[in-house]
Design a protein around this ligand. Sequence first.
Ligand SMILES: *[C@@H]1O[C@H](CO)[C@@H](O)[C@H](O)[C@H]1NC(C)=O
Ligand SMILES: *[C@@H]1O[C@H](CO)[C@@H](O)[C@H](O)[C@H]1NC(C)=O
Ligand SMILES: *[C@@H]1O[C@H](CO)[C@@H](O)[C@H](O)[C@H]1NC(C)=O
Length: 386
Amino acid sequence: MTTPVWLCSLTVSPPFIIVIIIIIVCPGHRIISRVKHIKTMPRAEPVEYQFIHRRAGHVMVAFDKRLFVWGGYMELPHSESYTLMTPSKCLYHSAIDVFMYDPLLDTWTRRMSNGHIPLQLSGSCAAVHKQHMYLFGGWTSSTSDEYENSSNSLWRLHLPTLTWELLFPEGIPPFPCDKAACWVFKNRFYVFGGFGPSRELHTMSGIKVNFVRDSVFPSGWIDQLVYYDIENNKWVWPETRGPKPSPRAAHTADITGDKVYIFGGRFKETRMNDLHCLDLTSLRWSGNLTESAIQETPEGRSWHTFNFISENKAVIYGGFNTTQQVLKDIWVLDVTNGKWQQSPSEQAGPVLWHTSAVGFPGEVTFYGGIKNNLLDYSQPKMIAGC
Ligand SMILES: *[C@@H]1O[C@H](CO)[C@@H](O)[C@H](O)[C@H]1NC(C)=O
Ligand SMILES: *[C@@H]1O[C@H](CO)[C@@H](O)[C@H](O)[C@H]1NC(C)=O
Ligand SMILES: *[C@@H]1O[C@H](CO)[C@@H](O)[C@H](O)[C@H]1NC(C)=O
């Protein structure tokens, strides 16, 4: 669709579309993907649903057969022409609202959360441990502190009661940033990478971290690997072995067994296609696994999604490439043999900064995102859902 964003008026409630891709991996590695565009929320839905319609930079997690959506923002049109340095004009979504999607019933529910409500954020990362969603970092326009709108706060949301808690861990916190990737392993909530302002490195004695500053902004890309020790309420910077991936942001990570795989992301002017595996038991990095791929591999990208839909198979969808094209391709990676296979995706449109979650094995649901070049400041943004 090519509807400019402002035609999706806030008082009208247009149906919006979420994409569910069901990937069935048959013996012999045949991949069938079925793309369902589900129209939900007819016009008669209450007006409060308007804010679920257009959203980017939000988080989405699966818990108890439902998908939970929180945060993010909506880009607004500028009347004057603007450049890269013009502050983005955007509307942050309410931090109180939590939207729940039931993939079986195809219904949305809006609930108000309580407790210590987080800031309104975009580009945070989130992962579930037991009954809590942990939420780290992000970009906020609602407060200015020493870290220039980048957050390194850690919140957690008790999903059954939707109660938030701001955590005050001991130890050295991660660099404030947005667009980091995170995952949970055992009682640890891990954070890798991100883009944010530099920090007094001398206060971080003994910690090896690379920070590479952007040529335009005072922020940069970071290769931090930090975990929050949930039982002991403490940030820990583990030592790893093997070749660590470069600093990056807007990359993705997902875990299978005791291994986390990290794909792509942006570092300086390059959006990468390197795949790394970190063994969370031995804390050894694999190096760039894309190098040993025999067949075709996906091109480099950031702002894509990457999810394990079974023990060995992960799905990549969309993103943004080095020449700033929005991608719509779907790939399935088999980590047992490192083979990539492209899956038919005619019906799944180009999208970036969307979210994905696996509610049921074999099925990944995508929601939100932006359909055109986010960095082209001469045209309005089209947020998926319009
Ligand atoms: C950072 O936060 C301050 C305080 O609310 C706000 O005035 C400013 O616009 C924000 N900066 C950007 C670049 O959004
Ligand atoms: C990873 O390997 C692929 C394939 O050899 C290569 O094209 C790519 O540049 C490598 N990425 C990085 C960041 O080294
Ligand atoms: C980015 O994607 C577009 C459209 O698929 C393609 O034409 C272009 O070559 C890609 N750029 C890079 C650097 O791969």
